[in-house]
Write a protein that binds this ligand. Structure first.
Ligand code: DAH
Length: 340
């Protein structure tokens, strides 16, 4: 029986070496080492031997099994490597071909303008805050000194949701939220989306504004002017001048519309500034005492200034974009031009 074991061993080693594929190798394994394989069967016949020979025989069979397992593992690895090599060669992979480029997104021009404005005002110590886009009539109008029948409501074509709830038509309501939350000094910048029922090449039903508000003891119109002058220089270049024109907003008194010297022609006069040399960019003014009173501040103690700037308008001026809709169509060819 010992000889039989050696014979199985030799046949098995030969079959192992002769196997040309992983599949053939597996078949041979079943034949010799499987549940009904030759080596397994002979181990089962140990019982036919005299008891004293059994341990030695068992040991022999196990040694042979270990040896065969090792050969199989080795052969399996060799065959696997060979098959892999063949497969790679057959694939004809040309590693000298240039790779596929990944197209990268860029920051949207609207986001760029908002980010730049935020940075300018953060450097002046402003806190960036946000408010809800669905707003109560109270915050969007009433608290801003625009009562229900006030004609100033006509200035903004508002989307109402219910009688008391609307899509905010301006970022000014964030002023009220900010003042309700905290006592002066207040220095906030509030960028965000606003909505108006208006649509043509310079108006979109959704657009962006950035609201600024400063309230403290002794804030004057000179603070407003100085702040906006610095903003204009940092946003449009150091040579930029500003001009304030008297205007009307219900929540400021006095109110001013602010122009910057034309960033295209530098004030010479061109098509963009309609030969005036100036571009209107924002509304501003000293916070109306009624607004301060509304949030429980004492207008004799504190004063403030506020401003609201249109982001799309700044982007259109800065980049020479003539149609606001280009900003929202998401045509990659258009947007790629603003890669910074
Ligand atoms: N909310 C105004 C608008 O949408 C813009 C504005 C004007 C904001 C004057 C202000 C301000 O804070 O003081 O037309």
């Amino acid at each position: 029986m010992h000889n039989k074991v050696y014979e199985i061993r030799n046949n098995a080693l030969k079959a192992c070496q002769d196997a040309r594929t992983v599949q053939e190798l597996n078949d041979a394994r079943v034949k010799f080492l499987g549940k009904k394989g030759e080596l397994t069967l002979i181990l089962r016949s140990t019982g036919q031997l005299p008891p004293e020979e059994r341990p030695l025989f068992g040991k022999l069979v196990n040694e042979v099994r270990d040896e065969l397992e090792l050969s199989w593992a080795q052969r399996e690895q060799d065959l696997f490597d060979a098959e892999e090599k063949e497969r790679l060669l057959a694939e004809g992979l040309d590693i000298t071909l240039p790779g596929r480029t990944i197209t990268r997104g860029t920051v949207h021009p609207i986001t760029q303008i908002i980010d730049e404005t935020k940075t300018i005002f953060m450097n002046m110590g402003y806190e960036i805050v946000e408010g809800p886009e669905i707003e109560w009539d109270y915050y969007n109008f009433e608290a801003l000194n625009i009562p229900a029948d006030h004609p100033a409501r006509d200035m903004q074509d508002t989307f109402f949701i219910t009688e008391k709830l609307l899509l905010r038509s301006q970022t000014s309501p964030v002023q009220i939220h900010a003042m309700e939350k905290k006592q002066p000094p207040i220095r906030i910048l509030a960028p965000g989306k606003v909505y108006r029922a208006d649509s043509d090449i310079t108006h979109s039903p959704m657009f962006h504004q950035i609201e600024g508000l400063v309230v403290d003891r002794g804030i004057t119109f000179a603070d407003l002017k100085g702040t906006l002058q610095l903003f204009a220089e940092r946003m449009f270049g150091p040579q930029t001048k500003i001009r304030l024109r008297p205007s009307y907003f219900p929540f400021t008194e006095p109110s001013a519309e602010v122009d910057v010297s034309c960033i295209i022609c530098k004030g010479e006069g061109c098509r963009v500034c309609k030969d005036t040399g100036w571009l209107e960019i924002l509304g501003s003014g000293m916070v109306h005492p009624n607004v301060l009173r509304q949030v429980g501040y004492d207008p004799k103690e504190v004063t403030g200034f506020a401003f609201g700037v249109g982001v799309e308008r700044m982007a259109m001026l800065k980049y020479g974009i003539h149609d606001i809709r280009l900003l929202f169509e998401n045509d990659v060819r258009f947007l790629q031009q603003f890669t910074s």
